[in-house]
Write a protein that binds this ligand. Structure first.
Ligand code: CUA
Length: 203
């Protein structure tokens, strides 16, 4: 039978490889480190797999497209809709545009200890955004919307850095976010003086 001969041949090769491997002298210490390396790799692959399946941590590639050339005409990323807003479900949503060489709006205030959904688009070339000490790190590819939800455990000033080379001004492309105590942020948003006109962040 064809199948049996293939199986037998496979088994034979496997045995031969084992014999060969045993014949090679591998130092005890080396053997130990080979084991440790395999263990570390398995652990990392395991973590990535678990995160992907159980925590929904995926590359930001849910393929939501947008026309980068006409962002200012789009409903979502027109200038007056940028920045922090509260959607109809009460979630905090931040919309930002990356362009050579800044992030717009230049500065935003967000609450601490609150899940915040960031939606990023690029108006020109590929940029990246990285906020140290958070899980925020993504490429911003023109033509696509990059969405990431994160939260800031502690109030403070957080830098926003471009981490994809985008031109001569790349190393000056940064901005910052003020993370404010949860309670203070809410009261500030509800204050009539700072309430944005067209946004949905009203009472
Ligand atoms: Cu934008 Cu580098």
């Amino acid at each position: 039978m064809q199948n049996d001969t293939i199986k037998a041949r496979g088994l034979q090769i496997y045995r031969e490889v084992l014999v060969q491997l045993n014949a090679i002298h591998i130092d005890h210490l080396e053997r130990k480190w080979i084991g440790i390396s395999i263990l570390i790799i398995s652990l990392l692959v395991g973590i990535i797999t678990l995160d992907a399946f159980f925590h929904g941590v995926n590359p930001p590639s849910k393929v939501e497209t947008i026309d980068s050339a006409s962002l200012h005409l789009s409903k979502e990323f027109a200038e007056e809709n940028l920045g922090v807003q509260i959607d109809d479900k009460g979630n905090v949503v931040v919309r930002m545009v990356a362009g050579r060489y800044s992030f717009f709006p230049k500065h935003i205030d967000v609450p601490a200890e609150t899940p915040i959904t960031f939606r990023w688009v690029s108006m020109d070339v590929v940029h990246g955004v990285h906020i140290p000490m958070t899980n925020m790190s993504t490429m911003i590819v023109p033509g696509y919307v990059a969405e990431i939800t994160t939260s800031f455990p502690k109030p403070g000033e957080y830098p926003l850095l471009c981490n994809e080379y985008c031109g001569l001004g790349h190393n000056h492309m940064w901005s910052n976010i003020s993370v404010i105590e949860k309670e203070q942020w809410t009261s500030k948003q509800n204050a009539p003086a700072s309430a944005p006109k067209g946004g949905s962040a009203n009472e």
